[in-house]
Design a protein around this ligand. Sequence first.
Ligand SMILES: Nc1ncnc2c1ncn2[C@@H]1O[C@H](COP(=O)(O)OP(=O)(O)OP(=O)(O)O)[C@@H](O)[C@H]1O
Length: 235
Amino acid sequence: MSQETHALLAVRRIAKRHGERLLFDIDGLRLDAASAYVLTGANGVGKSTLLRVLAGLETAQVEGAVFEGKPVTLHPYPALLRRAVVYVHQHPIMFSTSVAQNIAYGLAARGESKARVARIVEEAMDWAGVAYLRDTDPSRLSGGEKQRVALARARVLQPRLLLLDEPTANLDGAAREQVIALIPTLIDQGCTVVMACHDRDLIGLPGVRRLKLRDGHLEYRPVKHESQGEHDETP
Ligand SMILES: Nc1ncnc2c1ncn2[C@@H]1O[C@H](COP(=O)(O)OP(=O)(O)OP(=O)(O)O)[C@@H](O)[C@H]1O
């Protein structure tokens, strides 16, 4: 773990079991600051589970976790991580209020002033192209609109680590393209983004590194740059 000082999150070992079944036993997970990753792997291999463990939503056997240089546990999940890590579900759950109130909720819960919340929410709705939906009940949104609202809701919290669970699953055509178009701008904000996905267009985004979960282990794959060809990112 000599490289830990440059990592946003480094974990010596994460193992997850369902009863007798060992889902994964990952030796050395390392996510760099301000970096983007896709997490790939066959259906059922444990991609969502791994993201949920990192988000504190599921337990696992975790050894030696360090976040921004500070030793942390993932269970219990400390306030430091609750503030820094945001998980976006493939089918985001929303309050039956309005789009604007859903995006505002987390900021308001942090005690931000109403004026500041309103300004940030407006900016986020413009960014996600959902300003015209501000007063709409989220239950009326299409899948693509809901995903864009969920990304706006995550973005306003300015996470250090953003975990996206299949952000384009079940989307096609323009709805899928609109979501894909938002991802590079999220990455440019300087947070670390990890996307569990099968979507070739997300996997192929420039500068995005690939983590592949296979046979219970995590493989670090080469990164593809459009102009540079490939170089090995294996730690
Ligand atoms: N509570 C549970 N008890 C037992 N098995 C579970 C439980 N929750 C999930 N699983 C199993 O764990 C495995 C991993 O599920 P997970 O959703 O993490 O996979 P995934 O790689 O994200 O799959 P996909 O690509 O299909 O979304 C699956 O086989 C699932 O059935």
